[in-house]
Design a binder for this molecule. Structure first.
Ligand SMILES: Cc1cc2nc3c(=O)[nH]c(=O)nc-3n(C[C@H](O)[C@H](O)[C@H](O)COP(=O)(O)O)c2cc1C
Length: 207
């Protein structure tokens, strides 16, 4: 698909065909694209829990206020953020030149250590960017997705056995669309959302 088509046709889909599956091999190909998403210092603060098991999907649905798409989709993916991703820097930069390692590794550590809010912000930012890649890559394969925040993070964390270093950032349902979503809702116009130079600056083309 052309990129413009992907962007224009991606929708948040709630109705899925429960009979259709997505194989591990197909998921692998999808995630091979997702890992190319950007992240600060390339720390890749994301981890995905792909829930395919029908019993586990049912339990996840319960943690998601009973929203049926969590059970009907082929794979319910919990996009998790890794709070202590900065500790992975030595592994990530292990093949970098020595002088890069010597400059970067202490810098990354100082930047994040002891800064819980920043660790959380980064985990959410990076995981969210990866989630967007996933939605577009899935659309390109003819699959539908739906991002969801309607779930109890504590119940989901317990169910998925997340340790303290991980937060569930977003739930993404993935599968084959059954019913088309309703027409797109209102989008704020570009004239309103883009301001030049400062918040009180003009819009594009003087708008
Ligand atoms: C972070 C986030 C959380 C969302 N949570 C839910 C949700 O829990 N349930 C749901 O049905 N839709 C959810 N949505 C989907 C939005 O309602 C949808 O993206 C928005 O209405 C725009 O529609 P579109 O994605 O089809 O263009 C969520 C979207 C985002 C980005």
């Amino acid at each position: 698909m052309e990129f413009l088509e992907i962007v224009q046709q991606r929708r948040s889909v709630k109705s899925y065909d429960p009979e259709k599956a997505i194989s591990d091999a197909e998921l692998k190909e999808l995630f091979d694209e997702v890992v190319l998403s950007p992240s600060s210092f390339n720390l890749q603060h994301w981890t995905f829990i792909a829930v395919k098991d029908s019993e586990q999907k049912k339990l996840l649905k319960e943690a998601a206020w009973g929203q049926p798409q969590v059970e009907d989709c082929s794979v319910a993916i919990v996009v998790c953020g890794k709070l202590d991703a900065y500790k992975d820097a030595p592994k990530i930069y292990k093949d970098a030149p020595k002088e890069v390692q010597e400059g970067l590794l202490p810098m990354i550590n100082n930047f994040y250590e002891g800064k819980e809010q920043l660790q959380r912000d980064e985990a959410i930012r990076s995981a969210s960017l990866a989630a967007m890649t996933l939605m577009y890559a899935a659309k390109n394969r003819g699959w539908a997705t739906g991002p969801m925040i309607g779930f109890d993070p504590e119940a989901a964390s317990k169910l998925l056995k997340l340790t303290r270093a991980y937060i569930p950032v977003m739930l993404l349902v993935l599968g084959y669309q059954k019913k088309a979503p309703r027409p797109r809702d209102y989008r704020r116009p570009v004239e309103e959302i883009v301001r030049l130079n400062t918040l009180d600056g003009p819009g594009l083309n003087g708008a």
